[in-house]
Design a protein around this ligand. Sequence first.
Ligand SMILES: Cc1ncc(COP(=O)(O)O)c(C=O)c1O
Length: 383
Amino acid sequence: MTAGPALLFDLVPALRRGPPWPSLGRWPTAIEPIDGLGRSCGLPSGELWIKRDDASAPEYGGNKIRTLEPLLGEALACGARVACATGAFGSNHAVATAWHAPRLGLQPDAVLFSQPPSATARDNVLALLALGVRPWIVPMLALPLAMLAARRRRPAREAGVFVMPPGGATPRGALGYVAAGLELAAQVRAAHAPRPRTIVLPVGSTCTTAGLIVGIALARARALGFEGDPPRIVAVRVTPWPVTARARILRLAGRTARALEAWGAGGALLDEVRRVGRAVAIDGRQLGAGYGRTTEAGLRARERFEACGLPPLDTTYSAKAGAALLERASSLPRPIFFWATKSSAPLPVPNPDIVHAAPRALRRFLDRCARCEPLLHPRGTAR
Ligand SMILES: Cc1ncc(COP(=O)(O)O)c(C=O)c1O
């Protein structure tokens, strides 16, 4: 079956003349029924499904691989030699960059700010260190300035540094999930799954949700799927308002759609984006005490997914979406699709010398994390 990026190029051929779009993932990702979990929520079989973006790449998958494909392509087109991710200590975007940028000849870098401790965040920090990234630690409020400075850091300046905003949330980054929306439409057309009436996913930087809105809108505009009422997209907040304000999600979707129209995607797209955007329901009830804070409901969701043999959930993002799914499944329009966004690949661990040489703020953070909930993933080999 043709995968997302190829479908997007077929619909908007001018994109082929733009920056390269390297392939980092294995597309399409599978869609599977999860009847066991569905039954535990009182749903008949065939009503609950999972989109396996957790397995989007064997070494390190998750949603950010889709975002990185167009972004790292842009970095290459700019002549960059360094790809710099920004975000919280436990950023999956930073880990994904650390894994995949070197595959394209780009050196990974990261500018990170502190966050609440958790085993999920600790695993990511350790993975970053194991992958050879020595992050630059800044206060969160200093991030915008640090992003400018990161472009000028020597020797990075000589090399050309491509700095991405947290989550890669730009119209170009969102194209990854435009492609994912088209991929889903193709899978439904090929009868691999029924047409979803609800899609549940976490929303953090807004990139994934915004891209998906545009992908579904593009499929509708070209009569390639999602006909009739658009599916309800339940975007479960993992970062607070205003980061995940509806207006912000829709603004990124609108900018992405306008960029596609400029590439020749056709005039009906923006109207469809508005229609699909109206079907977005933002669920702020699982945020708990804030970004990165583990919640009881999230931990319970993680246990229930595990008991059903489903991909592991992380306490920062996917467990909160999982908790929303479990709480609301019986009242949401069905079939319901849960979009698995956290990589299920084992993470590497650094050898102790690397941890010892890490910035002091990171070492202190790792100490605080040691008292948190048990590890999410089985450990990979020491590097
Ligand atoms: C595992 C996971 N799920 C969901 C999200 C939210 O995606 P977005 O930031 O594109 O809203 C992220 C963001 O980093 C993530 O790492």
